[in-house]
Design a protein around this ligand. Structure first.
Ligand code: PEP
Ligand code: MG
Length: 754
């Protein structure tokens, strides 16, 4: 046997190269392959088993009885070969028959051979066959021999795949059993579909290199590009866009520059593999090592290396697109580490049924967008990439925050029944659609919806909402490939007003920046360390007046002859509101001069998202037509806790005395000034939170459409006067766990919480 694994494999691969390209039947090729391997390994036996109809069939052999070919079949898990395939492990035995799994097959004549090595042949991480060698004498195979056999097994996987003779290469991958995983509930609802990876994995098509030096050059170039990308991401702190986390980036960086990794890929190329196959080969080896590791921290690191390895593979293969660009072919459960809102909006809404994120948090914009789309999301399923394969059936339960990968028939059946029940509940909500949101003691609550795309307007009637309390105009910018001009803005705003008919629509001016970066606006791409507190929303609009003027004109013209309501996001000091309002009023004058039709009434309002504004309400309120509290941003600033940081996702509760007291102060002041106040953050769409908000004097809500039914049901079962008393009591002397106490109170008072 040659000295190194690379030279050992190279000898075999050189022999296989011409054979792979030659014509001839697969059977003839495999018959030749076993001869080549046996000769190079100086082994008495070399056999190839192929997974066909759920059994491993002896397909070609050098050394065993030829009569056993296509006759000897082992089930998954049966005998040494079945164990290797089922568990994806390598066996290296000096005495095969003493292994507990050994199953004697007399037709093969294998009793003459003592030592045995078997390697799984894997395609798309699924076993499709087994390669074995046997010797008469009792000996263990050396590491270099095993390594060489693994490389050869990769080439065989290509050969079997192109011939389409193995199970996994013909149809759906092997079922590896159901797995239930619990994560973080991000968007409620239930969905089922097939797994699709946002960043698809590349399947290696060609394993044997034509020109080793050319392959080496490709890998070097890919390494350079990958390192540039990682450096760029770290420098630009582009976390919001790509979704990569700071810590992950640090690890990425460490691996990207790891000489050991590059060297191992280089060695795999030396053995005659293509660049793609070499990366995959090293990845397989890492994966195998990972299974032996017990340290969760180290295992986590290894996952990061795998991510990076996939990235390197995509660069080498020139596959940069996401699954959205390739189009969804069936009902889909999308899997990603994280997503930007624009990336999610790229997907076909008819086919996208659910989303699973490795990271994710409750008020990140991608979550809000998914909620608006009615797509259930479960977050913080760290392991998903390693448990699910492309195409696996998956159930997503956004109500419980869990998922099931490859569910059994019984589990699917129960899930279907629960889905039907939740549809029934939706029907119950539909039944109160035209009834008022009025408490049992006669207090009227206004329920409006948050929207961002013209399709969302249809939801108004479906759920029975009273208007759009927050139209996020930046969504149009997020889904566009280039900056939407005034004309296309005008068209959208008109469509929205037309579709809303008599119902009011509150347009919020652009809130870009933060985690809503626009790829086509270089300087609006946030490069700050803390983009949520950075140059975003109104701050950016006031500095970029051309952008705001275009939007103001589009809004004013779209609302010609109708009522216009405008509000400004992220106002931190009253002068910002004044300046923004003045800009709109200038445009009114300009349009008047041009004799364009103007809105009959224009109302101006403010978002209260930055705590500093709460201190200035005495000055600001007299100038406002309405105030809208954005609890997503407000609470992140109150607690100094990033809304997109998964580790803080569950740390601070909206039902905390600090938040509720703060909001109550605003509600009281606004009421005294006779300015309507509304809550338009995600908080208002949760029944118990909405109960608390009513208890502190909030009567207007703008929420995600799917929440209108549940919130209306809650309101109609609530005595607002009693709720106020309870909240006064709780906020005067807060209990340790306000949520728990309030929940118990709601239950005692038969409040419907969904
Ligand atoms: C908010 O901050 O609560 C809000 C409604 O605005 P957005 O979620 O779009 O930042
Ligand atoms: Mg906000």
């Amino acid at each position: 046997m040659p000295q190194t694994a690379a030279s050992a494999a190279r000898e075999i691969l050189t022999g296989l190269h011409d054979l792979m390209a030659s014509r001839g039947s697969t059977q003839a090729k495999l018959d030749k392959v076993v001869d080549i391997i046996a000769e190079a390994m100086k082994s008495e036996v070399c056999s190839i088993y192929v997974l066909r109809d759920n059994a491993l069939e002896l397909y070609a052999t050098h050394g065993l009885n030829k009569g056993a070919v296509h006759v000897t079949r082992l089930r998954m898990g049966e005998g040494l070969v079945g164990t290797i395939a089922e568990q994806g492990l390598i066996l290296n035995l000096d005495e095969a028959s003493s292994h507990p799994q050994y199953a004697y097959r007399p037709e093969t004549g294998e009793e003459d051979f003592h030592s045995f090595a078997g390697i799984p042949i894997v395609r798309r991480e699924e076993p499709i066959g087994v390669l074995t060698v046997q010797h008469e004498d009792t000996r263990r195979y050396e590491d270099v021999e095993i390594e060489a056999l693994q490389t050869v097994a990769m080439v065989l996987s290509e050969l079997l795949a192109s011939a389409g003779i193995a199970d996994g290469t013909r149809g759906r991958a092997r079922d590896t059993g159901a797995q239930t995983l619990v994560g973080l509930k991000l968007v409620a609802g239930m969905a089922k579909g097939a797994a699709v990876f946002h960043q698809p994995k590349v399947t290696v098509e060609h394993t044997v290199a034509e020109d080793t030096e050319a392959e080496r050059a490709r890998v070097y170039a890919a390494f350079r590009k990958m390192r540039d990308q990682i450096d760029h991401m770290t420098r630009e702190a582009e976390f919001g866009v790509a979704g990569e986390h700071e810590e992950v980036l640090e690890t990425y960086k460490m691996f990207a520059y790891d000489e050991g990794w590059a060297r191992r890929i280089n060695e795999a190329i030396d053995s005659g593999l293509t660049a793609e196959a070499a990366i995959e080969r090293v990845q397989q080896r890492t994966r195998a090592r990972m299974q032996e590791i017990d340290d969760p921290l180290l295992a986590e690191r290894m996952h990061d290396l795998e991510d990076l390895s996939n990235r390197l593979m995509r660069i080498v293969a020139g596959r940069f697109g996401t699954a959205a660009q390739q189009g969804l072919k069936e009902d889909t459960i999308l899997i990603a580490r994280n997503l930007g809102p624009a990336e999610l909006l790229d997907y076909d809404r008819r086919r996208l049924k659910g989303v699973i994120l490795q990271e994710g948090s409750l008020t990140a914009h991608v979550t809000i967008v998914a909620r608006a789309m009615g797509v259930p999301v479960v977050g913080r399923i760290d392991d998903i990439r390693h448990i699910a394969s492309e195409g696996d059936p998956i159930l997503v339960d956004g109500d419980q925050g869990s998922i099931v990968v490859r569910p059994s028939r019984a589990v699917t059946h129960t899930f279907d029944q629960r889905m039907a029940t939740s549809q029934k509940r939706r029907a119950e909500f539909a039944a109160i659609r035209n009834k008022p949101a009025e408490t049992t003691d006669g207090k009227r609550v206004t329920l409006m919806v948050n929207a961002g795309l013209s399709e969302d307007v249809a939801q108004l009637d479906i759920v029975g909402a009273e208007g759009i309390g927050l139209f996020r105009t930046e969504f149009q910018f997020l889904v566009a490939a280039t900056l939407p001009g005034r004309e296309s803005q005008l068209k959208l705003y008109k469509e929205v007003l037309d579709a809303a008919g008599d119902k009011p629509v509150v347009f919020r001016t652009l809130d870009i920046g933060g985690d809503k970066a626009l790829p086509y606006l270089q300087d609006v791409k946030d490069e700050a360390e803390n983009p949520a507190m950075g140059w975003r929303a109104l701050r950016l609009s006031l500095d970029r007046q051309a952008l705001m003027k275009a939007q103001a004109r589009a809004l004013l013209e779209a609302a010609g002859g109708r009522h216009l309501k405008v509000m400004f996001p992220m106002v931190s000091e009253p002068w910002e509101y004044e300046e923004a309002r003045a800009l709109f009023e200038e445009q009114v004058e300009w349009l008047r001069k041009k004799k364009r039709m103007l809105p009959t009434v224009t109302e101006y309002g403010c978002m209260l998202e930055v705590p500093s504004l709460a201190e200035m309400l005495d000055i600001l309120l007299p100038r406002l037509d309405f105030l809208s509290i954005g609890t997503n941003d407000l609470t992140q600033f109150l607690f100094a806790a990033d809304r997109a940081e998964p580790r803080l996702a569950e740390r601070y509760d909206w039902l905390s005395p600090a938040i509720l007291r703060f909001l109550r102060r605003i509600a009281v002041q606004a009421k005294e000034a006779d300015v309507p106040v509304r809550v338009c953050g995600e908080m208002g769409g949760r029944p118990l939170e909405a109960l608390a908000l009513i208890g502190i004097g909030i009567e207007n809500f703008s929420i995600t459409p799917a929440a209108v039914g549940p919130i209306k049901a809650m309101v109609r079962s609530l005595d607002a006067g009693e709720a106020k008393k309870e909240l006064d009591r709780l906020l005067a002397k807060p209990p340790r766990d306000l949520r728990k106490t309030l929940l118990a109170w709601a239950k005692r008072h038969d409040v419907v919480l969904g």
